[in-house]
Design a protein around this ligand. Structure first.
Ligand code: PXP
Length: 260
């Protein structure tokens, strides 16, 4: 399995204070040196985390392939064509969303997506489409010329968290998933079946298959059981864990510097 690490979340922290710390290039270096297979970044239209200069610097300094996620907006596609990442992953974008909340509406926007794919192909950039795990989405992805699909695992991850963590007791409980456990269990099984069937179908069509969104240290093993999936892109859970695996040392060092 190839691991793509989505380092956007480091830029989220930096942008929260609009300073130059934490440095995204440090994140790139540490990620490259610790077993990742790919760097994933999302240059959003609203530039809420990764900036154009970050994307340029990451392209210049990354020792690993860069998977650049982007919308099909024409200005963004032009920027991506100039940056020439190892792959572009087309994702839907809504200004109000906290993160990418669903796959591309590939049926409604197939012409627009197809045009973006053509432009990227003209710049010799292979294209992956971030889609919901449905048979129809696999078929259309193949028809409009993508090389790869990334299956949106957000729905699976949400159900898993409502069933197996304290999420339902928190402020961030997902209202539409406040359901009896047996119902969540059956939805979890259905979501896994959807991911698995979509992956099998995509592979049969000759598409490479990635998956991502909401994957973490507790649920990732389910993806490991689907052999057609050969790449995972994971961000939030890795950066969240790194806060705690590094916080002790960070406090100790500041204490040392502030001890007379
Ligand atoms: N893959 C895609 C296409 C995404 O948009 C994201 C979120 O930026 C991820 C993977 C990673 O998701 P998470 O941060 O939940 O691990």
């Amino acid at each position: 399995m190839h691991l793509g690490v989505n380092i956007d979340h480091v830029a989220v922290l930096r942008e929260a204070r609009r300073v130059n710390d934490p440095d995204i290039l440090n994140a790139l270096h540490v990620t490259c040196e610790n077993g990742a297979d790919q760097i994933t970044i999302h240059l959003r239209e609203d530039r809420r985390h990764i900036q154009d200069v970050d994307a340029k610097n990451i392209m210049m300094h990354s020792k690993l392939p860069v998977n650049l996620e982007c919308s099909i907006d024409s200005d963004i596609i032009n920027i991506v064509c100039n940056l020439k990442p190892h792959r572009a992953t087309l994702v839907p974008e809504k200004r109000q969303e906290v993160t990418t909340e669903g796959g591309l509406n590939i049926l409604k926007y197939s012409d627009e997506i197809s045009y973006a794919i053509e432009q990227l192909h003209d710049s010799i950039i292979p294209v992956s489409l971030f889609v919901d795990p449905t048979i129809e989405a696999m078929e259309i992805s193949k028809d409009i010329g993508a090389e790869m699909v990334e299956l949106h695992t957000g729905s699976f991850a949400n159900i898993f968290a409502m069933l197996n963590s304290n999420l339902s007791y928190s402020n961030h409980s997902i209202k539409e998933l406040e359901l009896p456990r047996y119902e969540l269990q059956s939805r979890l099984e259905k979501s896994l079946e959807d991911i698995s069937s979509a992956a099998i179908h995509a592979k049969k069509l000759g598409l490479e298959v990635a998956a991502g969104h909401g994957l973490n240290y507790h649920n990732v093993s389910y993806m490991m059981d689907i052999k057609e999936i050969t790449e995972l892109n994971i961000g939030q859970s890795i950066i969240a864990r790194s806060v705690f695996s590094g916080l002790g040392d960070a406090v100790k060092e500041m204490k040392r510097l502030t001890t007379r």
